[in-house]
Write a protein that binds this ligand. Structure first.
Ligand code: PMP
Length: 296
């Protein structure tokens, strides 16, 4: 159970029970998907609870909300403080945090002045497992970058991702990989993708993807370890012929991919760079000295 009758959320300046935080039926977000969300994770460290890359997530949320003309009256520092308060009020330490910026009632397609912000959180202790996913390349693709705002977790964009995941699950796979409009590998259904070949790691270049915060941390970690990281277009064939592959995202951290379209990768996960990076990432998120001294 992600929540119960006692769960508290932040909604437009107040802390209220989740069961009372109800959007209006005519919310433009509900009907047309005009909203933006983030996903963050908090960890128990020696110095207490810490939200990983909190301000970076809020920077992205505020930037995208601005582009959607959803005017949020908060700074990223205020939002960080509110997030710690949501965790405190719910007695949470290891949690998944979901801020959602949405708009009020509006049945037209014009932008609306009524902006709302809700921040919810629930317990999330999942460890990065070594279970290797069986993925399929979905028939649904990432939208053309010219069809909207890139690098954004906009609510409506996720319908394609739901279609892709559903298709994969119905065919017996764990999840989907999505191609971009040009037919190159873009991402997992809710994650970035990396492949490994001859001790180099490759990931799709920005343009058709969300530049995940976990993706950039993995790239930094790899570079610091002397591992070459290349951002480039990756064809499905290059993916099939890789030595290994893994997905990255805030909620899942690093997850190994065992096979794509029934084709297994050559290397044993435990021998890959991905496996090494997943261990490094765990250390990074759970060590308090990797966080800023102030809570925000
Ligand atoms: N791409 C997509 C499509 C996503 O939905 C996500 C996260 N849910 C990511 C990438 C990873 O982003 P981050 O590392 O910032 O969580």
């Amino acid at each position: 159970m992600l929540f119960d009758d006692q769960s508290i959320v932040f909604l437009d300046g107040e802390y209220v029970k989740l069961k009372d935080a109800k959007p209006h039926f005519f919310s433009q977000t509900f009907h047309y998907g005009n909203g933006v969300f983030e996903g963050m994770r908090s960890y128990e460290t020696a110095d207490g609870t810490r939200v990983f890359r909190c301000r970076e997530h809020y920077k992205r949320l505020l930037e995208v909300a601005g582009k959607l003309r959803i005017q949020l009256p908060y700074t990223k520092e205020q939002l960080s403080r509110i997030t710690y308060e949501v965790l405190r009020r719910n007695g949470l330490s290891q949690a998944y945090i979901r801020p959602l910026a949405y708009v009020g009632e509006n049945m037209t397609l014009r932008s609306t002045q009524q902006a709302h912000l809700c921040i919810a959180a629930y317990k999330w202790e999942k460890l990065p497992g070594d279970k290797q996913l069986s993925l399929m390349i979905a028939s649904y693709r990432r939208p053309d970058p010219r069809s909207g705002i890139q690098n954004a977790k906009i609510c409506g964009y996720y319908v394609n991702h739901i279609l892709a995941t559903t298709e994969a699950r119905e065919k017996g796979y764990d999840d989907a990989i999505m191609l971009d409009v040009e037919g190159n590998v873009a991402c997992g259904s809710g994650a970035n993708i990396f492949i490994e070949k001859n001790e180099v790691i490759y990931t799709p270049a920005p343009g058709h993807i969300i530049k995940g915060i976990t993706r950039s941390v993995i790239m930094e970690l790899a570079t610091a370890m002397g591992i070459k990281v290349v951002e480039k277009s990756i064809t499905p064939q290059e993916l099939y012929e890789a030595d290994g592959a893994f997905l990255t995202g805030t909620a899942i951290e690093i997850v190994p991919v065992g096979k794509v379209d029934q084709k297994p990768f050559k290397m044993v996960w435990q021998d890959t760079i991905g496996h090494m990076l997943s261990r490094q990432y765990r250390q990074l998120v759970t060590r308090s000295d990797n966080y800023q001294h102030t809570l925000i």
